[in-house]
Design a protein around this ligand. Structure first.
Ligand SMILES: Nc1ncnc2c1ncn2[C@@H]1O[C@H](COP(=O)(O)OP(=O)(O)OP(=O)(O)O)[C@@H](O)[C@H]1O
Ligand SMILES: [Mg+2]
Length: 396
């Protein structure tokens, strides 16, 4: 048998380069802001700080890294400090304390001139309310950042046309923003941000004003562009589904603090505390957790000839495979066998966040057993030689 290489799953994360490095960042709004950080009030909750100083702690001692090419999602309820945080990254809001490094450069030390340059060349922002110039044609809106930069007319129009094409708006170059739907206007916002070829894209709830269907379209669009362009992105949302769909990693904010940073699987599969667990409790775990999450060494005497699947296969797709086989699935990446995932592993993963609740566990197991036996029935009717598995809820 080949050597197990569960470690391979983590090597991708071993890279040490970082686009944004944020350390102990604070933003306190109010006239006595300097009387909070570094004082006895530092550890006090928002209410107490408000009562004693009149200040609002919008961002509290936040530290995280954003890696090149990833979509880093910041999620949290209204008022949790998301917009303040993303604006501190570019110093559109001046942090009260802490450090932001962009490619190793300390943003806090940048002169106004350098800051302007960084905002024009390295970073571009996409806002919730599009922020288009109503009297200008689409092409001029998209070319705006280049115009500010002093790029020649023919060059900036060529680039703008390319971007308009890229976001699927070819033919609308001469229209005005008011003639476009919300979703189309947000595509213009996206094209405008991309036109300056920034290294980093910052999104502050860009789709929350859109209808659900158009919103889904736009999410797919961002996913696609991200795959093609590999721009580092910080994406703010209060929508968990959006976070799970787009995020390589997700930071969850509460009352100005980051309470967990992790991949969608980590956040859903291993919530850091009850708050995150509550946040993610409505998610269908089988659609987020993947085979990679559950992979393990084989047990002694366990069969090792089960069906093969890729590590990224979600459990919802692993379940029917397990139903059709009495052996655990083999998780294989390229030529490497990462390990095995069996029925009990999947059931346990599905039930894990409900462990305090015996009734819920029973219900989930029952449901899973049903899925398994249905799939097994479908399978055995098409394959006489297949061995029908026992219902998954029964004890081994
Ligand atoms: N300019 C300001 N002056 C004073 N307080 C502010 C200011 N901007 C934000 N706040 C306060 O800071 C806290 C965080 O606000 P922020 O806008 O960052 O939250 P958010 O997570 O983006 O919320 P939403 O989802 O509603 O956009 C809130 O309590 C807000 O009232
Ligand atoms: Mg906001």
């Amino acid at each position: 048998m080949s050597t197990l290489a569960t470690e391979a799953a983590h090597t991708r994360e071993a890279s040490s380069d970082v686009t944004f490095s944020v350390r102990n960042l604070w933003k306190v709004f109010g006239r006595n802001a300097d009387k909070v950080v570094g004082t006895e009030l530092e550890g006090a909750d928002r209410e107490r700080v408000k009562k004693e100083t009149g200040c609002t702690v919008a961002v509290r001692d936040v530290s995280f890294d954003v890696r090149p090419g990833e979509i880093f999602v910041v999620m949290g309820l209204s008022g949790s400090g998301k917009s303040t945080l993303i604006r501190c990254l570019t110093r559109l809001i001046e942090p009260t304390a802490g450090q932001v490094l962009l490619d190793g450069e300390d943003i806090g030390e940048a002169t106004p001139q350098r800051l302007r340059e960084l905002r024009r060349r390295k970073m571009a922002m996409v806002f919730q309310h599009f922020g288009l110039l109503p009297d200008r044609r689409i092409i001029d809106n998209v070319a705006y950042g280049l115009e500010v930069r002093g790029t020649q007319r023919s060059e900036r129009y060529a680039r703008a046309r390319e971007m308009i094409e890229m976001v699927g708006l070819g033919g609308y170059e001469d229209s005005r923003p008011g003639e476009l739907s919300g979703g189309m206007q947000q595509r213009v916002g996206l094209a405008r941000a991309l036109a300056v070829d920034p290294e980093v894209l910052l999104f502050d709830e860009p789709f929350s004003a859109l209808d659900p269907l158009i919103r889904r379209d736009m999410q797919s669009e961002v996913s696609r562009l991200q795959r093609e362009l590999r721009k580092t992105s910080v994406f703010i949302t209060h929508d968990l589904q959006e976070a799970l769909k787009l995020g390589d990693r997700i930071a969850i904010m509460r009352d100005g603090e980051i309470v967990q940073v992790g991949t969608p699987e980590e956040v859903v599969g291993r919530p850091a505390n009850a708050y995150v667990a509550d946040f993610t409790s409505d998610v269908a775990r089988t659609t987020v957790l993947t085979a990679r999450w559950l992979v393990r060494e084989p047990y002694p005497d366990e069969r090792t000839d089960g069906p093969v699947t890729a590590p990224g296969t979600v459990l919802a797709e692993v379940l029917p495979m397990l139903a059709a086989s009495t052996a655990p699935v083999r998780v294989v990446e390229g030529d490497t066998l990462l390990g095995y995932v069996g029925r009990d592993d999947v059931l346990r993963a599905i039930a894990e966040d409900q462990l305090d609740n015996a009734a819920a566990v029973a219900a989930i197991e029952e449901e899973a057993a049903e899925v398994l036996s249905e799939a097994a029935a479908a399978h055995s009717s098409g394959d006489a030689g297949g061995s029908a598995p026992a219902p998954a809820g029964s004890d081994a």
